[in-house]
Design a protein. Structure first.
Length: 474
């Protein structure tokens, strides 16, 4: 309701021309901060919060409003009585929770938390904050059979790390970290691939390690022994898990070890990084190249990794969908694999709803414009309550992504929530509607003196505040 009026005075010999220009601002003046205002969430923890069990859990929730809001929490959709749990502290003047998990089973505090900030003029809510404990489980006990293979064949050593939270970082070692090259590479899933084996690949201690960053621990798989037979060795290669790796050691044309078959599919979300991977067998070691059928690779967003076996495209959008062809080539021939990429999208903002300050009997509109694939579903709440279940208000009308407020009254102040969701995620936005009735007030200090130059424009300012918007006269 703050209005800044700029008057332009142009002096001519006997002629005075007055021009008026108006600008507006939504925020109330600094010295009028006592005006009532519904709550606004100013800080909250991320939607997915993985905590270290050796440290306290801190779930942030800060809000502002007039009067200052009070805070409450739900856990898994049920009221969370903070005062009844001696291990939980809510910071004074804040909604932030500090949970002391020392000496406690940390998993007891896992769940979905939501913060509510409330005052006399409305209720704002945080995102649903999913709290999970980081985990670094041990490898399951297993016995790895020794592997004997003929020189020149391909080989895969499976890692299969335990499922951690977040996922672990994988690396392979014997006495030192294994050197990777065009012939020997680690796939994105952690398995170790040999496009063709050589006698120097013979080792008794291929070990896959999983490093869990949150807990700063490293787990290791049982060692795998590999023996590579050369042509002057008459021993027959032994099978592993009923699959024989014995074959002649001569040169042979490329074939794909990963992915299998002529085609595969890949789904990626808008804004994420697309990772495509092709690992080929063959002797000599095949070279990998990439093309996009019917289009160009985005040179400013793409990069090659793992000796061109991995193609990464950052900040994916809809145009990145399509067929990607990886080609493996050596002097014996060529092999192709097509990866069909589909781009989906969690909801993203086109126009989020914005706070409204209205005078009695005025009209306002809240819009919640989003996109996504599949199309997101829009759900409206008022003061944290589903619109259909909220107390009736004849001043509001909902039309899909828009709330129309007509002929509002002082009791129409509230906080509205827009939730846009599809199978890949959701967005939640709070927007308050504050109905104010305030008498006009001139904010520009009185008796200001302006120094002006003859025959040049002079600007005189008149800043005011009021609800409804005041009419300015001179």
């Amino acid at each position: 309701m703050d209005r800044n009026w700029t008057w332009v005075l142009i002096f001519r010999a006997a002629l005075l021309v007055v021009l008026c220009h108006m600008t507006s601002a939504l925020d109330v003046p600094l010295d009028r901060k006592y005006l009532p205002q519904p709550p606004t969430i100013t800080l909250q923890s991320p939607k997915d919060y993985i905590f270290d069990p050796r440290e306290n859990i801190v779930i942030h929730c800060e809000a502002k409003g007039k009067p200052n809001p009070s805070f409450s929490w739900t856990r898994n959709g049920i009221h969370f009585d903070v005062e009844k749990d001696s291990k939980v502290l809510m910071k004074p003047g804040s909604g932030t929770l500090v949970i002391d998990i020392s000496g406690e089973k940390a998993e007891a505090y896992e769940g979905t938390y939501q913060c509510t900030a409330h005052n006399d003029h409305g209720t704002a809510v945080s995102n649903n904050i999913v709290i999970r404990q980081s985990r670094s489980p041990l490898w399951s006990k297993e016995r790895n059979e020794a592997i004997t293979v003929q020189m020149g064949v391909s080989l895969v050593l499976q890692c299969r790390p335990p499922v951690g939270l977040p996922p672990p970082v994988i690396f392979w070692m014997d006495n030192s970290e294994l050197p990777l090259d065009q012939r020997v590479s680690q796939a994105l899933n952690g398995d170790l691939y040999f496009s063709n084996v050589l006698p120097e690949d013979t080792r008794s201690d291929y070990i896959c390690y999983a490093r869990f960053p949150h807990t700063q621990t490293i787990q290791q798989k049982q060692p795998i022994s590999v023996t590579v037979l050369s042509s002057n060795n008459s021993l027959r290669a032994t099978p592993l898990r009923e699959i024989s790796f014995y074959s002649p050691e001569g040169e042979h044309h490329p074939g794909f070890m990963l992915p299998l078959g002529p085609t595969s599919t890949k789904m990626v979300l808008r804004g994420e990084t697309l990772e495509l991977e092709c690992i080929a067998e063959g002797l000599p070691t095949p070279e990998i190249s990439w093309q996009k059928d019917g289009g160009e690779l985005p040179s400013n967003r793409m990069s090659f990794h793992n000796f061109k076996k991995t193609l990464k495209i950052s900040d994916v959008n809809e145009v990145d969908g399509g067929d990607y062809r990886c080609t493996a080539t050596n002097n014996m021939g060529t092999a192709h694999h097509i990866i069909k990429v589909t781009v989906k999208a969690a909801p993203f903002w086109v126009s989020a709803p914005r706070n409204l300050i209205l005078a009695p009997n005025e009209t306002g509109i809240l819009t919640c414009r989003v996109k996504g694939e599949p199309k997101p579903k829009i759900t409206w709440f008022v003061n944290g309550v589903l619109m259909e279940n909220a107390p009736g208000d004849h001043s509001r009308k909902v039309e899909d992504d828009t709330v129309i407020l007509s002929n509002v009254q002082s009791g129409s102040s509230a906080v509205y929530q827009c939730n846009a969701s599809n199978e890949f995620g959701y967005l939640l936005a709070n927007a308050f509607v504050s109905v104010l009735a305030e008498p006009p007030r001139v904010l520009t200090p009185p008796n200001q003196v302006y120094q002006v130059i003859s025959n040049n424009p002079a600007l005189l300012h008149c800043s005011s505040f009021g609800s409804p918007i005041p009419t300015i006269t001179w």
